[in-house]
Ligand binder design. Structure first.
Ligand SMILES: [Zn+2]
Length: 155
């Protein structure tokens, strides 16, 4: 079972008050792709809709980390394009991305902050540091420095 939204509180990361709905089956999908990718980071995109101020994730995309690294990731550009096309065809919006941290906490690394060019994107980070207790959090990263966390509601 994946724990959501606990690290942010422990690390005193501010909550931004926004809610994201994410299906349990999509969390399982992310988790299995992340485990398959070990020891490297795994990554992907998230498509969804915004309904009454709540972000609802409708589609999770599992992409290849072409860096094949345990400390950073680059999404395969072709797969990225295909995912965005698929979202458009389904009337979904690109909500953000996700990646795993095989050996560190579920929080943006310095590198993640540096590479966070989209202030409107939601950054999901799944920590596999505790093998049997994965942790998922979702963050906004503004100006490469201001990190806040979303509330993930598992549906
Ligand atoms: Zn990271």
């Amino acid at each position: 079972m994946v724990t959501v939204n606990n690290v942010a509180k422990e690390l005193h990361i501010l909550e931004n008050g926004s809610v994201i709905e994410l299906a349990k089956s999509d969390i399982e999908k992310i988790l299995s792709h992340a485990r398959e990718g070990l020891p490297n980071e795994a990554c992907g995109l998230l498509g969804g809709v915004i309904e009454n101020d709540i972000t609802v994730i409708k589609e999770v995309y599992l992409l290849k980390n072409i860096d094949e690294s345990r400390e950073h990731f680059t999404m395969d550009p072709k797969e990225q394009l295909a995912a965005v096309k698929d979202m458009r065809s389904k009337g979904l919006k690109l909500i953000g991305n996700w990646h795993s941290h095989p050996e560190s906490l579920s929080r943006p690394s310095e590198e993640d902050k540096k590479l966070a060019h989209d202030s409107a994107a939601i950054y999901f980070i799944l920590s596999l540091m505790e093998e049997n207790a994965p942790v998922l959090n979702a963050f906004a990263i503004k100006n490469h420095t201001e990190v806040s966390s979303y509330t993930i509601q598992v549906i």
